[in-house]
Design a protein. Structure first.
Length: 247
């Protein structure tokens, strides 16, 4: 997984166990022994997911989860809570705080890893290595390859990441600012019109497969990627140029 995970856990041994296992799985890790340390870590770089212990000195994990959800900058970061508490009311309190999943202590590192993968697949599908197929296009993140009916679709690095994001988030309009966050990352300062430049490169790359119509401009708002070409457009494409469009 090409993912940065922040581990907030005050017990040194458990923290190191998690860090070692996540690094072995190919993740980058940030670690903190308290909420204050986590806040400092997040000032310089935002993680893709937080593994958060419930019982922490000073501020409990569940309070920190609420704080992350309330801040626009961190509201979408998935959280997995580590807890020794299996009581119903604690689970409800955690869910209300916006936690995405729980792992009950003691746990096997493999179980935590499986939960992280499942949450990432649900919340950040563009960061997993799963092959995505939409409208006859197949995108393989591990091989950095996009194909349509067996033919390669040639894309630059940014266009590849942009298409990956769109294919994992179809049918929703994204503003230029949102696309910058998702494709370039939140720590990078790029002007919003740069998004338009790359959209203008992505469209022609989809033309040979007659799929450029999937990428729609929503005037004054942003861009949307369709799961299917609108029917009128699909019929206008000569049969030989169609790229195994879903009917
Ligand atoms: Ca603890």
């Amino acid at each position: 997984m090409d993912t940065t995970i922040l581990i907030v856990e005050d017990e040194h041994e458990i923290r190191e166990l998690i860090v070692t296992n996540l690094q072995r799985a190919g993740c980058r890790t940030l670690s903190a022994g308290s909420v204050a340390e986590a806040v400092t870590q997040m000032r310089s770089a935002l993680p893709d997911l937080v593994v958060l212990d419930w019982m922490l000195p000073e501020t409990p994990g569940v309070m920190f989860a609420r704080r992350l959800r309330a801040d626009q900058r961190t509201a979408d970061i998935p959280i997995i809570m580590l807890t020794g508490r299996g009581r119903e009311e604690d689970r409800i309190m955690g869910l209300e705080a916006g936690v995405d999943d729980y792992v009950i202590k003691p746990f096997f590192p493999r179980e935590l890893l499986a939960r992280i993968r499942a949450v990432m697949r649900r919340c950040r599908p563009q960061l997993t290595e799963d092959v995505i197929e939409v409208a006859g296009l197949a995108l393989d993140p591990a091989a950095r390859r996009v194909t349509c009916a067996g033919s390669d679709v040639e894309l630059g690095e940014i266009e590849f990441r942009m298409l990956h994001f769109f294919m994992t988030h179809p049918e929703r309009v994204y503003s230029r600012a949102q696309l910058l966050d998702e494709v370039w990352g939140r720590q990078v300062y790029v002007e919003e019109r740069t998004v338009d430049v790359h959209i203008r490169r992505l469209r022609p790359a989809l033309e040979p497969a007659a799929l450029e119509g999937l990428l729609e401009t929503e005037r004054g708002v942003g861009y949307r990627f369709r799961r299917n070409l609108p029917a009128a457009r699909r019929n206008a494409i000569p049969a030989e140029a169609r790229c195994s469009l879903p009917q």
